[in-house]
Design a protein around this ligand. Structure first.
Ligand SMILES: [Zn+2]
Length: 217
């Protein structure tokens, strides 16, 4: 279904990447905030002048509002990742979808008085119902073109390590990519410490999703 959506649905509705000649990429950070890892991540991002887009879980935002404010003060962008990280394939009723996504937006509004044009479904699980909801609400569904696979490190998957995953990203990332990381574990901090200096030396810059999206192709 995803391949079909990629080909059929314009990027103002479902965004996967923004191919371009220069070397700007949008790093996106899902599933936080976390009381320790997110602060460490902010330090690494500041060191390499990287602005990124956070897709935080609404309930975690309520649990750690001070972390949300630190991210906001550092100039990063916020998108909506829902209230409780629900698998959207399981929500069949419009009222359930409206509660999960609408409450996620409400918490962003309450904490930093912002809204966002972007919603990212947990696990990247798209359904026609969720797409219809987002189209009606004029939200762009923000997917990604490169998955860092950092969650495999959190799962202690023996087939990967930080070096191998980082090397894979160095060889994969191109200008216009939207890259997926998670800060509910600390592995994204370790990976970005390795990756950002290499990409920066190679001419890459790190921008928010909306800047990448709005720029000319
Ligand atoms: Zn998530």
């Amino acid at each position: 279904m995803k391949a079909l959506i990629k080909h059929l649905i314009p990027s103002r509705y479902v965004l996967w990447s923004r191919p371009r000649a220069d070397k700007s990429i949008a790093i996106t950070i899902d599933d936080g905030p976390h009381p320790e890892h997110t602060h460490l991540l902010l330090d690494v991002l500041a060191q390499y002048d990287a602005k990124v887009t956070f897709f935080m879980v609404g309930k975690s935002m309520q649990a750690y509002p001070e972390v949300v404010h630190a991210v906001h003060s550092a100039g990063h962008e916020f998108g909506c990742h829902g209230l409780a990280h629900q698998n959207m394939h399981h929500l069949k009723k419009f009222s359930e979808i409206d509660h999960e996504i609408g409450q996620g937006y409400q918490i962003i509004k309450q904490l930093i008085d912002q809204t966002s044009p972007y919603y990212r479904p947990p696990y990247g699980n798209l359904s026609w119902r969720v797409m219809a909801y987002c189209f009606a609400k004029q939200k762009t569904i923000a997917m990604w073109s490169v998955d860092s696979l950092d969650y495999l490190l959190a799962r202690q998957d023996p087939s990967v390590n930080i070096k191998s995953l980082t090397a894979r990203l160095k060889n994969t990332i191109q200008g216009g990519d939207i890259v997926l990381f998670h800060d509910d574990s600390g592995y994204c901090v370790d990976m970005l410490k390795e990756l950002l200096p290499v990409l920066k030396a190679d001419g890459f810059s790190f921008t928010t999703l909306s800047e990448l999206h709005q720029s000319a192709e």
